[in-house]
Ligand binder design. Structure first.
Ligand code: GDP
Length: 175
């Protein structure tokens, strides 16, 4: 019998990608429905907990943010340990952040724990009108890596909930 606070699954999800792409903003939009135009990047967020219902199952997520570590373009192995899902974020208006995805994927490959993790590619800040990466290009890149591609805006909320639900669905579908 279901009771308050009960859940079917407990999943660890990580947000990774270059500094400034909006990882903390996506996390705060999803968990607190808040957004700050001028987020102090030094503050960062360690992790937040949020429960979602996907396919009739309740999944409690601990969603981890890099808290600024990514500025050194590498994260510690403990960050990856035991993760079930990875949301790889870039900014559709900054091609550099798209170009760096390959490096992030190579880093992920170094950690055994990540090899069976469900991965999702997220293009953020679609509310801005300075797009440098097309939907087609990002979709093709994602497909090559067996990832889904979702476009979002932490600012307007567009696609944010769907992105997190998508990663949960992918985790549930991963054998
Ligand atoms: P992080 O370093 O990847 O965690 O990025 P932050 O979440 O700190 O965001 C960096 C900056 O981009 C902040 O000033 C945010 O307000 C801004 N930002 C994040 N998401 C969006 C978005 O969807 N649209 C717009 N216009 N700005 C965003």
């Amino acid at each position: 019998m279901a009771y308050a606070g009960s859940f079917d699954h407990l999943f660890k999800v990580l947000l990774i990608g270059d500094a400034g792409v909006g990882k903390s903003s996506l996390l705060l939009r999803f968990t607190d429905d808040s957004f700050e135009e001028h987020m102090a990047s030094t503050i960062g967020v360690d992790f937040k907990v949020k429960t979602v219902v996907v396919g009739g199952k309740t999944a409690k997520l601990t969603i981890w943010d890099t808290a600024g570590q990514e500025r050194f373009r590498t994260l510690t192995s403990s960050y990856y340990r035991g993760c079930h899902g990875i949301i790889l974020v870039f900014d559709v208006n900054e091609r550099e952040t798209f170009n760096h995805l390959q490096q992030w994927l190579e880093e992920l490959d170094m950690y055994a724990t990540v090899q069976n993790a469900a991965k999702l590619l997220v293009g953020n800040k679609i509310d801005l009108q300075q797009r440098e990466v097309t939907v087609e290009e990002a979709t093709a890149f994602a497909r090559k890596q067996a990832m889904m591609y979702v476009e979002v805006s932490a600012k307007t909320r567009a696609g944010v909930r769907q992105a997190f639900e998508e990663v949960v669905q992918k985790i549930l579908d991963t054998p």
